[in-house]
Each structure stands twice: as C-alpha cells, then as structure tokens.
Design a protein around this ligand. Structure first.
Ligand code: ATP
Ligand code: MG
Length: 886
C-alpha cells in the first residue's frame, strides 16, 4: 500500500493511477489552445477536449478517460482574473484533475469513486467533508446518504446557479454535486448558518461532479439523454490545499518555490503588508500562466490569445512595480515556474530559454512606458478626485484609452489600479475611443494577427531572432541555422528539393506590411538555392523558401545570400509609389480616405481604401498628376526611428501593427508623405519613374481598390496598350483617331444584322412548326406532340414550344434537340390542360430517360440530358406518360 500522497505531483499521479485502475484510459493533457472549439480562447475545464464526444459528434476508442488538464480562466464565461491574489482559491492557470464517462457509468459509480479517492487514497477525514447536490436531484442526495453514509446534515440542496451545469444554452446539461472541505469555523465569519454556500473561507469546493443527463432544446425543455455521461473536475491546487492542510493555494508546494523567488527578487516578505501580499501572489500566479502560454507558442500581441497573454504579463509587471521592482523580473520568476512544473510538463524545460527570453523582451518593452503611464494615471486620478460634486468618480474613457494606446496599459490593468482608489473607468468612453482606433487600424492593416504558429517554427525562433540587414545591403555572408523540408528539420537538402532555409542574418525582406517577400539566391560551397519567397511565420524568424537548383545544401554551412536586385528595386518603386498614392488620395478625396490594405509586389501595386463612391476619371487623373509631380521633384526619403507617440504627433499616418511602447520606423518624402512603415523604399521619389493607375473598383461596401504600376512596369503597360490600339487600327484600316467613330458604326451594323437574323429564324421556326404539326397524335382526347427540332438552341426550343402551343390551342408539346453530346428538352402544356398535366413533372420524368434533370412551371418546363442515344426513348416516354394520365 503506497503511502498517502502529499506533494501535488504525488496527488496528480495518485489520481490518474486510481482511475486507471478502474478502467480509465490515462490521456495526456490537451493544449491550452482548444483545437476543436473556435468559440473558446482557452481550454477552461477538463471536459473541453472531449466536448465533441459528449455531443455525439466524435467517438473515441475508450469510454472512460482520466486526465490532468491544463486550464486557463481568464476570458469569457469563466474569468477569475480579478479574484487572483485576493481569494485563496482562484488562479488564472490551474490544473484540473478529471474522470469522465462517455455514456458508460453514471451517478452511483461517479460518487463512489470520488468518495473512495478522497477518503481512501487521500485519507481526508470523512467528518470534514460536505457535499452539495442540485435541489431536485433526489438520486444524488440518496446516493450520498445511503451508499456513502453521509449524514443528511452534511448534504446541501442548492439551486441552479450553483449546482446545475450546461454546456451551452442548448445541448447536454445536468445537475452537479460538489465536494467541499471544512476548514472549521472562521473567526471573522458572522454568518450564523455558515455552510458551503458561504464565502468566508471555511468551506472549500474542490471537486465538482457533473451528471450530464439531459438535452436542453431551444424552448428550455429537458429531454433525458439515452446514455447519460459523467464529467468531473477537481482543481489540483485546491486538492493540494486540503491534503496539505493550508487555507491558501499559495501555501501549497505548487506555489511555495515560486513565491519564494518573487520574495527574493523583490525583497518583500509575505505577511508584511496586505497589498504587497496580493502583489506577490499575483506575480506567482501570473508567472505560471505566462510560462505555459508562451510555452505553447502564444506570443504577446494586440488581439486574441496574444492579447490575453499581454494583459496578464503587464499586470504582473505592474505588480512588480508595486513591490518596488524596477527592472525586468518576471522572466526570473518564470524560471522558477519551469523548475517547479517541469517534471510534469517537460515541454517547459525544453523551451526554458525561449520562454524566459520572450517574457523578458515583453517586460522590457512595457517597462519603457510603464512609469510614464503610471505618472499620467496618477495625475488623472488626482484630478478626478479633486473635481468636487462629480458623481461616481469616473476616469474619462479617453484617458484610459490613451494609457492603453500609447503606454500599453490593458484596460483591466488601469481598472486594477483605479480599484485601489475607489474609482472606475468610463467604459463607454473607452469603447468609443477604441472603436475609432479600430476603424483606423482596420483601414490600415489586414490580417496581421496571431498566426497559428507551427511548432517547428516556434522551436527555431527560440534561438536568437534572425537579424534583418536588408535595409542596408542586398548581399551578405551568413550561417544556415536550419533547413526544413516538408515542414520538418533536415540536415541536408538535395538537388530538386523544396526547402525552407533559416540563417542567422539576412538581407531578404520577409513579407509584411503588404510588401511581398524578396527573391534571390542562397549559395554555399556545395550548392545553390533559388529563393522564390521570404516569409516571417513567427516574430523574429525569417524563412527563405525555394528549391535546391545545384548540388546540395547542408545545415550549418556558411552561405552567401543574394537578393534579386532588379525585383527588389521594382518592389521599392511600388512601395514608395504606394505611399505617394496614399498621400494623393487623401489630398484629392479628403482625410477619410483611409488605407484598408495594400499589396506591394515587384510587378504591381494595389491599394485598398475607404471611400463611398467610385472615383471619377477626373479624380483619378488628378491623383496621377499629383503623384507624378512629386516624383518629378525627386524628394529624398527621410527614414527615422521615433517613439510612436512622437511619430503620430508629427502627422505620420498610423498603420503599424505593434504600436505602443514601440520605436517605430517613419518614412517621409518631402513634406507630402509621412508614414509608419517597415518596408523597403526608394532613396528619392525620382526612382519611382512614373505612376500610372490601371483600375479603380469597389471591393466591399465603402471600400475601393486602386491598382497601379510604376517605372518600367508602367512603360511596358502603356506600350502594350499602344500596340493593341495599333492592331485594332490595322484591322479596321483606319487611323487610331478615327477608331471610335468606326467602331460605333460597326456596332450599329451589327445590331441591324442581328435583327434581320432573328426575323429569319422566326420564319424558319414557323415552317418547322408547321411540319411538326403533322406528327400530332391524339391520346385519350388530348393532342400530344413530341418531336425533334434539329439544331435549335434552348432559347429557340422555348420559342417553338410557344408557337406550337398557340397553333394547337389545346395540347401537350415537347420539342427536343441534341448537340455536342447533350440533349435539350422543352415541354409546354396549354392553359386548359394544366389541371391534368404539369409540364414540370413531365419534364422531370422524361429527362431521367436521357440521364438528365430539369424542372419548371406547370405550363412550361425545360431540361438537359447527357445521353442523346436515348432521345427516341424519351420522346416515346412523353406519349406513355400522357397516355397513363389521360
Ligand atoms: P468557484 O466557484 O470556486 O470559482 P467553479 O464552480 O467555478 O469554482 P468548476 O467550474 O466547477 O468551479 O470547476 C471544477 C473545479 O475546478 C473546481 O471544483 C475547482 O477545484 C477547480 N477550479 C475552478 N476554477 C478554478 C480557478 N480559477 N483556480 C483554481 N481552481 C479552479
Ligand atoms: Mg468559478
């Protein structure tokens, strides 16, 4: 009999082993990033990876799994962020132990297993255990009382809010039952009827058993599920509290070493000052969340998961400041997280350097603006407090937004600070400012969000970032750091192989900001790669894509990287041309013409912008004139690195993905164009040569697109136009100047000819119909005609049916034609007969004979078929059908 588990790692193992012994498959923790549920940012419970199984959309080869699942509760329905550090039991990242039954065992077993584990394995004193059940769940109540033997006084019936679980508004749901531990009466609790629903800290919920037994429909009706299921979740941190007899999860062995590191770094000891204690705990909690998120490839960004990470990380950084830390420190706390958790999660150890580097980098960025932001916020708080008579004491949304936008303060960080002063943020004002910003950003950048980072790339990116030197040079010597073939790392690539190459530095520009990736060559002593594209799949990583065109290439080889200068120069012309086009658009159309996106390639440029109406020819010409006048001025490019706020102050058009806290690259030409841009540019506008607009179209409501060419490309285009014009002139034997009149005349002649042709066709139809009339049969008093009309097209068939219907006055008509291996059929029924025969139905049946489909109205219908050989049979079919119905 193994001794009773005490350490968290022993508890985790004991739990999994316990359920393994009871027929459960031990399944490794799924990723924190759910792959099966796009509505969820993070896995927030043990059942999430099995959601589709519970819904019956997926099956597994086992019906009883058990897991220790990584969870995050920082967004959406379960958001415990604000509790962290303040309650003894809430974390952002935590581990959920669980056992599940997919339509296998149900309540009796689930309750019995839980009780056996808690009292038998963990050896918790039964007298300390209390349970809750759903008000109406007599089954569960009875099981706890009779099977387990718990006195009724320790079984509580709670209502829906606490003890009824649902996957969503509809779908699987059911009552649940929680197990609580009683730490004994709390001196500060004033509730005379203190029970598990009381929040004083006496009772701790540590395990929730969900009995999935109903399916709820849109009207809220519950139907019993044919195979009820079990989903249980026990927070490892909370189980450890109970086992280790501590009332704060931070006092368990899961957190102690991490808190110790935070105390060492800050010089603040726990138990000194209540607010500092909160900060220490927040830092410890957040360090865990941050380590796991970065370890899974999430990087700080301004949206989605990356933004959640950034918020947590910055919140921790600010608590560091409260602890008196002025230098980056969180990465060092993360180091202790990796020590503490690496045994159970070896991926953390594998990625230690990557995780701590990334965290440090983000900390450094934030620290640059943090103190300025804090002093601004301090002033604003004083101002708000001094404003007497102001209801509710609210920080203007604009201020919160400025902190967010310029100083990188996520809103909940600002709120966290305000809470300490009894203030709150004007949420509406913040949202409005944010919306305006979004509009601007939307106009500026498309799709530069978090890319699902492939593991391989993430692994490579863990080393040093690739140094981009392509602003200064087009060729340099570098070392090949990694070679990928088919997405997997390889040691060498042979002639003909498609490869991805990563070097320590590169002159190749990786696609971003609309500018496509550079092309060129990578040469080593043993071979040569033709590079056809350059990408940046992960921040800091540049990947050259291409094919080995000579010899072979080895990893670690010294290489010469050479960008195709001609293509680069063409791209440069188009990129600078795009900036001038953007500036000209704003001058001609007004400042509401905002960039929505752009594509800059060597051969062309494309620019999308907000504008409601199509541009007139005159506006387009004015834009072209303006741009070309700026080109003629040959204004030199001025490239500067400035703090973001300063750049905006100087009127730069803000279209940068990473904004606040950043030093941004600002490109100006003369006094007419200033933009934030990381792309490559002409040294002076003259290099652009000329800019010619090719087209202007609408691509979405309120969004227009201009395509244009510059330099040689524009010249080539104009030449092609000229050549086409000359060819037309030759064909028409007229000088180019007279072409419009000549074409006008030709079109007129053509219209006259078409008219004449139609008249002749009608005549021919008349004659043909006349001939066909001789084939009319009478079946049961109904005139029926089914015949071929050679060479007619579907439109003509219709005209013929009309004509025949008119001539017959009463009857059923079908004409059919074949051509190019296909059959066309048209059936008409005169109005007096539509009550008896329906053209649509007839045509469907007849079409089947020739392997076709069709349909239509009661009086007229058409069909096509693929089997002309059966046409005769189809014609007979119509007669048979009429006969059957007549
Ligand atoms: P609470 O009411 O304490 O927030 P909950 O009802 O939200 O808990 P469940 O959704 O039932 O919890 O999750 C199942 C188990 O997961 C809980 O019994 C608890 O042990 C654990 N758990 C839930 N949220 C957290 C958290 N934020 N940090 C640590 N453990 C948690
Ligand atoms: Mg909760």
């Amino acid at each position: 009999m193994p001794s009773r588990p005490r350490a968290a790692s022993e508890i985790r193992e004991a739990f999994l082993a316990f359920f393994e012994k009871r027929g459960h498959r031990r399944v490794p923790s799924a990723s924190l990033i759910p792959d099966s549920d796009p509505t969820l940012l993070f896995t927030n419970a043990g059942m999430v990876p099995f959601k589709r199984v519970f819904l019956g959309e997926e099956t597994r080869e086992y019906s009883r799994p058990t897991t220790a699942q990584k969870c995050m509760r920082v967004s959406g329905k379960h958001n415990d962020l604000e509790n962290v550090g303040r309650t003894p039991r809430h974390h952002t990242f935590f581990e959920m132990l669980g056992n599940f039954s997919f339509g296998d065992y149900f309540k009796p077993e689930a309750i019995e297993y839980a009780w056996q584990f808690v009292t038998g394995v963990l050896e918790l004193p039964p007298g300390r255990l209390h349970v809750t059940v759903f008000r109406e769940d007599d089954d569960a109540f009875g099981l706890w009382r009779d099977r387990v033997g718990l006195p009724e006084s320790r079984i509580y019936r709670l209502d829906e809010a606490d003890n009824f679980w649902a996957m969503g508004d509809t779908g699987p749901c059911g009552p649940c039952s929680e197990i609580h531990y009683d730490f004994g009466p709390q001196p500060h609790c004033t509730n005379p009827r203190c029970n598990p629903a009381c929040d004083c800290g006496r009772f701790l919920e540590f395990w929730n058993l969900v009995f999935m037994q109903f399916d709820r429909d849109g009207a809220g009706t519950l139907t019993p599920l044919p195979k009820p299921s079990i989903d249980t979740g026990a927070g490892l941190e909370r189980v450890a509290m109970v086992v280790q007899g501590v009332q704060w999860s931070y006092e368990t062995d899961l957190f102690r070493p991490i808190l110790l590191r935070a105390q060492e770094l800050s010089g603040c000891a726990l138990g000194g000052d209540a607010e500092k204690d909160v900060s220490l705990r927040v830092v410890a909690d957040h360090a865990r969340a941050v380590s796991f998120l970065v370890g899974e490839g999430v990087l700080p960004s301004n949206e989605g998961r990356g933004y959640v990470l950034r918020r947590i990380l910055r919140r921790a950084a600010r608590h560091g400041v409260l602890l008196g830390l002025e230098e980056p420190f969180l990465h060092a706390v993360c180091d202790s997280v990796i020590d503490a958790m690496g045994g159970a999660y070896p991926e953390l150890v594998d990625r230690r350097a990557y995780i701590t580097d990334r965290v440090r980098h983000e900390e450094e960025r934030f620290l640059e603006t943090l103190s300025k932001g804090l002093s601004l916020l301090g002033e604003e708080i004083r101002a708000v407090k001094h404003e007497v008579g102001r209801a509710g004491a609210v920080l203007p949304g604009e201020v919160a937004f400025r902190l967010y936008d310029t100083f990188g303060f996520p809103l909940d960080l600002t709120e966290d600070i305000l809470r300490g002063h009894g203030l709150r943020v004007d949420q509406e004002g913040f949202d409005a400012a944010m919306e305006r910003q979004r509009e601007r950003a939307r106009a500026a950048w498309k799709g530069s969000g978090d890319v699902a980072v492939s593991q391989v790339y993430a692994t490579i990116a863990m080393d040093e970032p690739v140094v981009f030197r392509g602003y200064e040079t087009l060729r340099l010597e570098a070392r090949i750091r990694a070679l990928l073939s088919g997405g997997a790392p390889v040691e060498r690539a042979r002639l003909g192989d498609e490869v991805e190459v990563v070097t320590d530095q590169t002159p190749f520009y990786a696609e971003s900001g609309g500018q496509v990736g550079d092309q060129g060559e990578i040469r080593t002593a043993t071979g040569r790669i033709q590079v056809t594209d350059t990408q940046r799949p992960v921040a800091g990583l540049v990947v050259h894509r291409g094919r080995v065109v000579a010899g072979e290439i080895q990893r670690d080889a010294a290489a010469q990287l050479v960008v195709d200068a001609e293509l680069r120069q063409a791209t440069v012309r188009n990129h600078s041309g795009t900036h001038l086009l953007h500036a000209a658009l704003r001058q001609v159309l007004g400042p509401q013409a905002l960039q929505k996106g752009s594509l800059v390639a060597p051969e062309r440029l494309r620019f999308d912008f907000t504008h409601d109406t199509p541009l007139s020819q005159e506006e387009i010409e004015r834009i072209e004139d303006l741009v070309n006048a700026w080109i003629e001025r040959n204004a030199p490019a001025r490239i500067r690195e400035l703090p973001y706020a300063k750049a905006i102050e100087e009127g730069a058009i803000a279209i940068f993905e990473e904004k606040y806290g950043d030093v941004v690259r600002v490109i100006s030409f003369g006094d007419f164009s200033t933009e934030l841009c990381g792309g490559t540019h002409a040294r002076a506008t003259g290099e652009i040569g000329v800019l010619k607009v090719l087209s202007e179209t609408g691509i979405a409501s309120g969004v227009r697109r201009i395509e244009a060419l510059t330099g040689q490309g524009a010249l080539a285009y104009m030449r092609a136009q000229e050549r086409a014009l000359r060819t037309i002139a030759d064909l028409l034997r007229a000088p180019p100047g007279e072409l419009p009149a000549r074409i006008e005349k030709l079109l007129e002649e053509r219209r006259a000819l078409e008219k004449e042709l139609e008249r002749l066709r009608a005549e021919r139809r008349g004659a043909a119909s006349g001939d066909l009339l001789s084939q009319v049969r009478e079946i049961g008093g109904v005139k029926v005609l089914a015949a071929r009309a050679e060479g007619a097209d579907p439109k003509e068939l219709r005209a013929m049916v009309d004509e025949l219907r008119a001539r017959l006055a009463s009857g059923v008509v079908m004409v059919a034609a074949e051509g190019e291996g296909r059959v066309a059929l048209a059936i008409g029924v005169t109005p007096d007969l539509v009550g008896r025969f329906r053209a649509g139905e007839l045509v469907r049946e007849v079409a089947q004979v020739v392997d076709g489909k069709g349909g239509g109205r009661a009086d007229f219908a058409q069909a096509g078929g693929r089997d002309p050989a059966k046409l005769e049979e189809a014609i007979q079919k119509l007669y048979t059908l009429v006969e059957g119905a007549a």
